[in-house]
Design a protein around this ligand. Structure first.
Ligand SMILES: Cc1cc2nc3c(=O)[nH]c(=O)nc-3n(C[C@H](O)[C@H](O)[C@H](O)COP(=O)(O)O)c2cc1C
Length: 309
């Protein structure tokens, strides 16, 4: 089975997984602007083990999204095996990723995310379970460090496993989602690890991306918060084009996104779209006034009315 990571251009841009945000509609918007790889929201391996229908829905994707990677979180290797077999048979994405970086208490309490990263033995069992249950490339997403365990120690423990790619969020667990990114440790991991390395953290524009790539030596960059309300960031990164984005363009893009989410999720999609709409208008003149209306929209018509140019 071909490992799609190896055929990506150098340097490539991935939409990082964002729970509650990177659904099919948002991924398609980012793909339309040139994202090279798209990650799902994190999906519970335990929920899939119990065949939860809502969780199955969360993973759905459109063929245009390929290469598309489903990210799993959890802590029980048996749950990961069953979840992976189910994804392998029913979804056929291009890759399966395992979350080792989530610090959210609800996730950590079940031994997943950063709690799993700290438990090297269990982490190894989980990665093995996934690798042995699929012919798809398996990747991992980690922090640079969780308490006493850094990514180098982690990779050393996992060295005999067939891991195709690694996305490193270059911040320690204690840093949360902001602050400086440790490019030095990403570079060390790059030199140690045989697979594809994706550096992640703090990218907002072309200059950030170039310095992250230069300092880390990574093969690609993962973009999370920098894409919120700005899916066109992927086009800016590819064309080096930082031309001023007009209000007309922003409104047009937001409306296209809303139409897509409505097509895929109906009314629920419009409610979920409210946060995206607020991100789209942030920084615009009159953003406060616009947001007051956008947080209450219930229909596409409501959105058209507010975002009319
Ligand atoms: C709201 C939110 C949700 C996130 N959800 C996930 C997730 O489901 N899986 C994951 O591995 N990381 C998740 N992350 C972490 C991001 O993928 C990324 O590593 C982090 O935001 C740093 O990159 P950035 O500075 O480009 O945002 C999330 C981050 C945020 C802010």
């Amino acid at each position: 089975m071909k490992n799609f990571y190896q055929s990506l251009k150098k340097s490539f841009y991935a939409l990082a997984p964002l729970a509650g945000i990177t659904d099919s509609a948002f991924r398609q918007m980012c793909k339309g602007f040139g994202a090279d790889v798209l990650y799902s929201e994190m999906i519970s391996a335990t929920a899939l083990f119990y065949n939860d229908k809502k969780t199955l829905e969360l993973m759905k994707f459109d063929e245009v999204e390929r290469p598309y990677v489903v990210q799993l979180f959890g802590s029980e290797s048996k749950h990961f095996s069953v979840a992976t077999e189910l994804i392998q048979e029913q979804m056929r994405p291009d890759g399966i990723d395992i979350n080792f970086g989530c610090p959210v208490p609800k996730v950590v309490k079940q031994g997943a995310g950063i709690a799993l990263f700290e438990n090297l033995k269990k982490s190894k069992e989980v990665i093995k379970a996934v690798v042995n249950s699929t012919d798809l490339p398996v990747s991992i997403k980690t922090r640079s460090k969780v308490k006493d365990i850094d990514i180098l120690k982690f990779l050393d423990y996992m060295k005999d496993l067939d891991i195709a790619a690694l996305m490193i969020h270059g911040r320690s667990a204690g840093q949360g989602f902001s602050g400086p990114v440790d490019t030095k440790i990403i570079k060390k991991a790059r030199n140690y690890f045989g697979g594809v390395v994706i550096a992640n953290g703090g990218v907002r524009n072309y200059e950030d991306t170039q310095s992250l790539l230069r300092e880390s030596g990574a093969d690609g960059v993962g973009i999370g918060q920098g894409a919120l309300g700005r899916p066109w960031i992927f086009e800016n990164l590819t064309t080096h084009n930082s031309q001023l984005i007009t209000q007309k363009f922003i409104f047009k893009t937001a409306k296209k996104h809303a139409e897509l989410v409505y097509k895929l999720k109906g009314k629920q999609g419009i409610l979920e779209m409210r946060k995206h709409l607020c991100w789209y208008v942030s920084g615009l003149a009159g953003a406060c006034e616009l947001r007051r209306g956008l947080v209450k929209v219930e229909t596409l018509k409501d959105i058209y009315k507010i975002l009319s140019v």
